[in-house]
Design a protein around this ligand. Structure first.
Ligand code: ZN
Ligand code: ZN
Ligand code: ZN
Length: 204
């Protein structure tokens, strides 16, 4: 009989303690519901993740922290503190990326070749298909290999392409950049899902 009461007592105390710690987490989550993410609020949420009632809610909390940090440009903090703890982090990161606006996702930028004005041809005006023709002293025409293009007939600056390509510095050549608006939306979505998870855990 005594044992039963003891068990009931332990269950009750555990329940009260759990509810109190969920409070801390919910408070941190609610601060991000309407207010803009900043280091302070995200830090408080990150610390409160240990009070998550289950692994699912904790994953949502981490996602909200991660997206929030990326939104405010705290890449270093994200990589050091949050990323190592996240499940399926590759999918999460991919979901935040959009095609780079500057290079439209190509990762490189093209510009017309200044040297040949985009024609791709050898700049030597006497050169035709890599051959220069001149009239000799005796009136004979003499064909010579063009020394400018070494007989290729092509512009040496662009190797005949007529355009120059260079790596896009905005995306570092990957063709993708982080979408701040998507990051903010993911942060807010994580907060809402985590709050719903807390609510569900209370009702159990
Ligand atoms: Zn030439
Ligand atoms: Zn050229
Ligand atoms: Zn780019």
């Amino acid at each position: 009989m005594r044992m039963k009461w003891l068990v009931l007592f332990v269950v009750l105390v555990a329940g009260v303690l759990q509810a109190a710690s969920i409070d801390k987490l919910e408070k941190a989550l609610k601060s991000l519901r309407t207010q803009t993410p900043n280091v302070e609020r995200l830090g408080a949420l990150f610390a409160a993740r240990v009070h998550a009632p289950n692994a699912e809610v904790q994953a949502m909390v981490l996602q909200a922290c991660a997206a929030g940090l990326l939104y405010i440009g705290q890449q270093d903090t994200y990589h050091k503190m949050v990323r190592p703890l996240m499940p399926s982090v590759e999918d999460f990161e991919a979901s935040l990326m959009v095609d780079c606006k500057r290079c439209t996702g190509a990762g490189q930028l093209e510009s017309p070749c200044e040297t040949c004005k985009g024609s791709g041809l050898c700049v030597n005006r006497k050169c035709s298909n890599g051959v220069t023709t001149s009239e000799g002293f005796d009136g004979k025409r003499e064909d010579r290999r063009c020394v400018i293009c070494s007989g290729t007939g092509q512009c040496t600056a662009c190797k005949g392409a007529g355009k120059l390509t260079r790596k896009c510095t905005t995306c570092g050549g990957s063709g993708k950049t982080l979408s701040a608006s998507t990051a903010l939306a993911q942060c807010r979505a994580g907060v809402e899902k985590a709050l719903a998870g807390c609510e569900a855990a209370r009702e159990l």
